[in-house]
Design a protein around this ligand. Structure first.
Ligand SMILES: [Zn+2]
Ligand SMILES: [Zn+2]
Length: 187
């Protein structure tokens, strides 16, 4: 059966697990499967000149593991992610592919010197996860400010958008979800 694998990447605490799985279910109507023992070599992605982790390397490792049946993969990290052309990324995904990765690192209030807020962190993590997974279903960035596929440069942008797709994105997403659930398309 088609499902979304949620893979913790050396995540110390997994307090986000249940709300994230519920958020994925709500956004895509697809069951997620927690995959705690996915083999990821995090040190391999470390770039010591930047003191950050290369998200594309993590993505590559995520999609290298064999899947049974149709699946998308969402890796959840806690480290600071980057791609070479940007200072940092909240996450990365393969457009119309199977893999995506997000990190809680810059979603935490403490990164900005603000008081801890776990509920807000979970909220942001859910939005970023749905956003990246949306890309794996072939959806591009959306200009609608409240749409979860609106592009976020700063944490404030994430707080201003919702965890939902706008009607235009939903229209594009629905047939792709149907294909995915019926096993057509990728894997
Ligand atoms: Zn995006
Ligand atoms: Zn949209």
């Amino acid at each position: 059966m088609a499902c979304i694998y949620v893979v913790p990447i050396h995540a110390v605490s997994q307090f986000w697990r249940e709300p994230l799985e519920a958020g994925i279910q709500k956004a895509f109507g697809i069951e997620s499967r927690f995959a705690g023992n996915w083999p990821i070599d995090l040190p391999r992605a470390y770039d010591k000149t930047r003191n950050q982790y290369n998200s594309s390397d993590i993505l590559l490792q995520l999609i290298s593991a064999p899947l049974t049946g149709a699946g998308k993969i969402l890796g959840v990290a806690e480290v600071d992610l980057f791609i070479p052309i940007l200072t940092f990324v909240f996450g990365e995904a393969q457009l119309d592919g199977i893999g995506s990765v997000v990190s809680s690192h810059r979603l935490e209030n403490k990164f900005y010197g603000l008081p801890d807020d776990r509920a807000l962190l979970v909220d942001r993590l859910i939005k970023e996860s749905i956003h990246e997974l949306g890309h794996t279903f072939g959806l591009l960035h959306c200009m609608t400010p409240a749409c979860v596929l609106n592009s976020s440069t700063y944490m404030e942008d994430i707080d201003q958008k919702s965890a939902e797709f706008c009607s235009g994105c939903l229209h594009d997403l629905r047939p792709r979800l149907q294909d995915f659930q019926s096993g057509k398309g990728i894997r």
